[in-house]
Ligand binder design. Structure first.
Ligand code: FMN
Length: 364
C-alpha cells in the first residue's frame, strides 16, 4: 500500500487538478486547514501583488463524504481565478471570436533559467507559452493541497512537519531579508534563498536501505529537487559533514538509544532513526526579471531581450510551504508502506503495535 499523486494544470488554464490515491478510509479532512496552507503559499514578502488576488481554495470532487475519506481516489481541484483574463488565450478548445484578453500573441523571447528554450526545443512548440504554462510553479498550489492531506494523515501518528525560511539572498535576519528584497525589487532583480523542513515524531524505521527507490533520503532529495528553482538539497549537516572528521560527524548512541547530537538529520542509511528529521533546500533567484537578460527572438533568430512577465521578486517563503508539503507527502508515503491498512484505524493500530515492539529502545 502506498500513496499515489498525479497533478495536471496550466498556470492560466481553468484549474489545477490532483488525483490522490492510497489514502485510508476514515481520515477526517478540514477544508479550512487545507485552505490555510494554500494561503500561506501565496503570502510572503517579495511575492507579486497578483498572488493576493488569486486567493486559492480547494474543491473536492471525489473520495470524500461528509469530511471523511472513503478509501477511494481523492480528486482535488484548485481553480485559477485569473483564467477569466485568459479565456481566449488559454482556451482548451479552439477559441471562438476575436482574440481578447491575455495570451493572444505567441511568446518568442525565452528567459534564461526558465523552461522556455529547452521546453520548445523538446516538444516542438512554436509558442513558448505552450511550455511555460505547465513548467511554472503555479501548480505547486495543488501539491500543497495534497501535502495538507498527507499532514492530516501524519498528525494521526503524532508526526508534525514544518517548513521555515533560513535565508533570502544571503540575508538571515528577518529585517535584513526584507531589506534585501526591497533592494532587489528596486533594481528590478530577483533573489533566491534557503529553507528548512523539520519533521518531529517520526517513528524509527521509515524508508529502507538498499535502493534509491526505498531510501528515504533519496526520496526526500528527489521530492525537494522536484520543486521548481530548487538547486541543492541537504540532509542533516549535509555539505558541512564533508569537511569534518568521523569523530565529529556522527551521532553517538547513549543508553535508552538516545543520540547526543543529530548531525544525520534523523536519517541513517536511508531509514528514519527516531530523531527529528531535518532537510534543507536551496532556491536559485527567480528567472523572470523586470530587467531582462539577453536572449534571442525565436521567430527571427536575432538578439533580443527575454520575456518580461508578472513575477515575484522572491518566493522563498512560498518555497518553505511547498517544501513542507513535499516532505509531508514523502513521509506519508513511507508511513503507508510500513503500516498499510485500508482504514485509518488499521493503520493507527499497526503503528501502535510497532511502537510497542520497539518500546524497549525508548526506556531510560
Ligand atoms: C513557489 C514558487 C514560486 C515561483 N515563482 C516564480 C516567479 O514568479 N517567476 C519566475 O520566474 N520563477 C518563479 N519560480 C521558479 C520557476 O518556476 C523555475 O525557476 C522554472 O520553472 C525553471 O525551473 P528550474 O529553476 O527548476 O530549472 C517559482 C518557484 C517556486 C517554487
Amino acid at each position: 500500500m502506498s500513496l499515489g499523486l498525479v497533478v495536471a494544470g496550466e498556470s492560466h488554464g481553468p484549474a489545477l487538478v490532483a488525483i490522490v490515491t492510497g489514502v485510508p478510509a476514515g481520515l477526517v479532512l478540514d477544508k479550512d486547514a487545507i485552505d490555510a496552507d494554500l494561503r500561506r503559499r501565496q503570502e510572503g514578502y517579495g511575492r507579486s501583488p497578483h498572488q493576493q488576488l488569486e486567493q486559492d481554495e480547494v474543491e473536492v470532487l471525489a473520495g470524500l463524504r461528509h469530511g471523511r475519506t472513503l478509501g477511494t481516489p481523492l480528486a482535488l481541484v484548485v481553480r485559477n481565478r485569473d483564467h477569466r483574463n485568459w479565456l481566449w488565450g488559454m482556451s482548451p478548445w479552439p477559441p471562438e471570436g476575436d482574440p481578447s484578453g491575455k495570451g493572444t500573441k505567441p511568446v518568442t523571447l525565452p528567459r534564461p533559467g526558465h523552461a522556455d528554450l529547452p521546453g520548445v526545443l523538446k516538444f516542438g512548440h512554436a509558442d513558448v507559452r505552450d511550455s511555460l504554462e505547465r513548467a511554472s510553479a503555479r501548480h505547486t498550489a495543488v501539491h500543497v493541497a495534497a501535502g495538507a492531506v498527507a499532514k492530516a494523515l501524519l498528525r494521526e501518528l503524532d508526526v508534525d512537519v514544518e517548513g521555515t525560511v533560513l535565508a533570502i539572498g544571503g540575508a538571515v535576519d528577518e529585517d535584513d531579508r526584507r531589506a534585501a528584497i526591497d533592494a532587489a525589487r528596486a533594481d528590478r532583480d530577483t533573489l533566491g534563498g534557503v529553507v528548512e523542513v523539520l519533521a518531529t515524531g517520526c517513528p524509527p524505521g521509515l524508508g529502507s536501505y538498499a535502493t534509491k527507490e526505498e531510501r528515504l533520503d533519496a526520496r526526500l532529495a528527489a521530492a525537494l529537487m522536484g520543486i521548481q528553482a530548487v538547486k541543492g538539497v541537504e540532509i542533516g549537516d549535509g555539505f558541512a559533514l564533508a569537511g569534518r572528521r568521523g569523530t565529529e560527524a556522527h551521532d553517538e548512541i547513549e543508553p535508552g538509544l538516545r543520540r547526543r547530537t543529530n548531525r544525520a538529520g534523523g536519517l541513517e542509511a536511508g531509514v528514519t532513526n527516531g530523531e527529528p528529521l531535518l532537510v534543507r533546500a536551496a532556491m536559485k533567484p527567480l528567472p523572470t526579471l523586470m530587467r531582462p537578460l539577453d536572449s534571442v527572438n525565436l521567430a527571427t533568430g536575432e538578439a533580443a531581450q527575454a520575456l518580461v512577465e508578472r513575477s515575484d521578486t522572491a518566493a522563498v517563503e512560498a518555497l518553505a510551504v511547498v517544501a513542507e508539503a513535499a516532505v509531508a507527502w514523502e513521509l506519508a508515503r513511507a508511513v503507508r508502506e510500513k503500516f498499510g491498512g485500508d482504514s485509518l484505524a488499521d493503520l493507527v493500530a499497526a503503528h501502535r503495535a510497532y511502537l510497542g515492539r520497539i518500546a524497549w529502545s525508548r526506556t531510560p
